[in-house]
Design a binder for this molecule. Structure first.
Ligand code: NG1
Ligand code: ZN
Length: 481
C-alpha cells in the first residue's frame, strides 16, 4: 500500500480505548457502542482489504442483534454474501486489538503481503455498509466509511438501515451483477407469491396473481393480471362452510351435488339457514357457481355494506361480499352456541372436528364489518384446508367479461331504480332502451344506478366477450347521457 500516510492519519482519529480486548466471536464484535469506533474503523479497513484481495465487493453491518440498545457491533460479509472467510478472522482480532497506530499499520502490511494484495486503482475495491436502527449506528457507519476510504482505491456505499440478511443478499446480488437495492430484495421475495391487496382503510380485500404462463402456453412479456375479487372470496368461503355443514349433517354428498346440497339439515339442530348475499354488481358467473355448483341460496340487496350486512343477519350463517371486496361472515347467536356444544358433545370425532372448525371461523372473522386482515387469514385457512394454490381457487369459475363505467349527469337523482337496483323504475323509457340494447348481446346483462358516494350514474354490463361487454356498457352510457 503506497498511501500509508492517509491510513496513519485516519487511524490516529480512532484510538483504541484503554483496557479492552476485542474478539471477533461467533458473529463479529459486540460491546458497548461507546467502545466501538476504533474497532469499526479498523473493520472498515479490513473489509476494504478483503475487497481488494477478492476483487469483488464486501459488506459491513453495524448491529448488536438482540442485545440491549446501548450496545452495538460490527460484522463483515464476504463477496459471496456469506460470512467473512474464517481464515480472515484472526486478522480482525489482530487489527481490533492493535495497541497503537504504528502497530496497526504493521498488521495491515502483514495482511497485504500475506494475501498478496495489489495496491488498488481508483474504485477497484467496494464495501457496502448498512446498520440496524440503534441510535449509535449512524456514527459507527461513518467510522466504517472512514476506515474503508482510508485504503486507497476503495469506496464505501452506505445502504442505510437494512436487516443483516438483507445486507448479505445485497452484497451477493451486487457481485452477481443483478439489481441489488433494498426494493429489489423485496421484489424478489414478493414475486414468489400471490398477492393480496387491501384498500386504504383495510375494509376491502382482493387477491391477484400474474400467471407464469398464458392459458395457451405462451409465456412472453405480456402479463395478464388475474383478479380474485369479493365474489370469488365469497365462493371459497361458501365452499368451505357448506363442506363443514355436510360433515355435520352426516351427508356424503359432494358440493357439486347441487340437488342434495341446497339444504343442510344437521341432526340436533335442524335445517341450517345458510346463504351468500350479493349485490347486482356480483359477476354473473359467481352467482351461477354459488347457486348451481355449491347449491347455496343467493340473496341480493342494494349496493352498500349496510344492506348486505342486515340481510346476512337473517341467516344462521350469512356470507356477504360486494364484488369490490367489502364483506365478512356472520353467525347467529343460537347457532354459534349450538356449534360450541357440538364441538365437544358430538359422538363422532369427525363431527366434533367440523364443529370446531366453524367455531374457529366464528371467532376469527370480524363480525362487526368486513375486515381485510381477518379476511386474508380466512382465505389462507381455506386454501390450506383445500390444499389449493391461488390458481386452483381462481379456477372455481371463470368471470364473465364485464365493464363498469360512470356517467356524469346534471341530476343523478332523476334515475330511480327498483329495490334490487337491477332495473330503472323511472324514467321507464330509459329501461326500455336498455332492454333493447341488452337484447342485442347473447347472454348480456346491464343496469344503471345513481352512485351513493359520487356525483355520477354507474353503468354495469356483462356479456360473453370483453368486446361485447365494453360495447354494451358504452351503448348504455349513451342512453343515460
Ligand atoms: P356507490 O358509489 O354507491 O356505487 C361505492 C361502491 C359500493 C361501496 C360504496 C362505499 C361499487 C359499484 N360501489 O358505492 O360497493 O363500496 O362505494 O364505499 O363498487
Ligand atoms: Zn375502505
Amino acid at each position: 500500500l503506497e498511501d500509508k500516510d492517509l491510513l496513519r492519519k485516519q487511524a490516529a482519529l480512532f484510538p483504541l480505548p484503554k483496557g479492552v480486548k476485542f474478539s471477533y466471536g461467533t458473529a463479529g464484535f459486540r460491546t458497548d457502542a461507546a467502545l466501538l469506533p476504533s474497532t469499526v474503523f479498523r473493520m472498515g479497513v479490513l473489509a476494504a482489504l478483503r475487497s481488494l484481495c477478492t476483487k469483488r465487493a464486501t459488506g459491513l453491518m453495524i448491529t448488536a442483534s438482540h442485545n440491549p440498545v446501548h450496545e452495538n457491533g460490527v460484522k463483515l460479509a464476504d463477496p459471496s454474501g456469506g460470512m467473512l472467510n474464517v481464515a480472515w478472522e484472526p486478522y480482525s482480532d489482530m487489527l481490533a486489538n492493535a495497541p497503537d497506530v504504528e502497530n496497526f499499520l504493521q498488521i495491515v502490511e502483514h495482511i497485504v503481503k500475506r494475501e498478496n494484495i495489489q495496491s488498488g486503482n481508483a474504485a477497484s475495491g467496494e464495501v457496502l455498509l448498512a446498520r440496524d436502527t440503534r441510535p449509535s449506528g449512524e456514527a459507527l457507519v461513518s467510522a466504517a466509511r472512514q476506515g474503508v476510504e482510508a485504503v486507497r482505491g476503495t469506496v464505501a456505499h452506505d445502504m442505510g438501515v437494512l436487516t443483516t440478511p438483507q445486507l448479505h443478499w445485497v452484497v451477493r446480488s451486487f457481485n452477481n451483477g443483478v439489481p441489488a437495492s433494498e426494493s429489489d430484495y423485496f421484489h424478489q421475495l414478493s414475486d414468489s407469491f400471490r398477492c393480496a391487496s387491501i384498500d386504504g382503510d383495510a375494509d376491502r380485500l382482493v387477491y391477484f396473481y400474474i400467471p407464469e404462463k398464458h392459458e395457451d402456453g405462451y409465456s412472453g412479456p405480456v402479463c395478464t393480471l388475474h383478479l380474485l375479487d369479493g365474489d370469488k372470496i365469497a365462493a371459497i368461503f361458501g365452499l368451505f362452510i357448506i363442506g363443514q355443514l355436510h360433515i355435520l349433517a352426516g351427508s356424503k354428498s359432494s358440493v357439486s351435488d347441487a340437488t342434495t346440497a341446497h339444504k343442510a339439515v344437521v341432526p340436533g339442530y335442524g335445517e341450517v339457514k345458510f346463504a351468500v348475499v350479493q349485490t347486482a354488481y356480483a359477476n354473473g358467473a359467481s352467482t351461477n357457481y354459488i347457486k348451481q355448483v355449491l347449491g347455496l341460496e343467493v340473496a341480493t340487496t342494494p349496493t352498500g355494506v349496510k344492506h348486505l350486512h342486515k340481510k346476512a343477519e337473517q341467516y344462521d350463517i350469512g356470507i356477504y361480499f360486494e364484488a369490490n371486496g367489502h364483506g365478512t361472515i356472520l353467525f347467529n347467536e343460537i347457532f354459534s352456541q349450538w356449534l360450541q356444544d357440538a364441538s365437544v358433545q358430538q359422538k363422532e370425532a369427525e363431527h366434533r372436528q367440523a364443529a370446531k372448525r366453524l367455531v374457529a371461523v366464528n371467532e376469527m372473522v370480524n363480525q362487526a364489518v368486513g375486515d381485510a386482515l381477518s379476511g386474508i387469514l380466512m382465505v389462507e385457512v381455506v386454501l390450506r384446508y383445500q390444499g389449493w394454490s391461488v390458481e386452483q381457487w381462481d379456477s372455481m369459475y371463470k368471470d364473465l367479461p364485464s365493464r363498469q363505467l360512470k356517467v356524469k349527469v346534471k341530476d343523478r337523482a332523476v334515475i330511480i331504480t327498483t329495490p334490487d337496483e337491477t332495473r330503472v323504475a323511472s324514467p321507464s323509457s330509459l329501461q326500455e332502451a336498455i332492454d333493447t340494447e341488452v337484447g342485442k348481446y347473447k347472454g348480456g346483462r346491464a343496469f344503471v344506478r345513481p352512485s351513493g358516494t359520487e356525483d355520477v350514474v354507474r353503468v354495469y354490463a356483462e356479456a360473453s366477450s370483453q368486446q361485447s361487454a365494453d360495447a354494451l356498457a358504452q351503448a348504455v352510457c349513451v342512453l343515460v347521457y
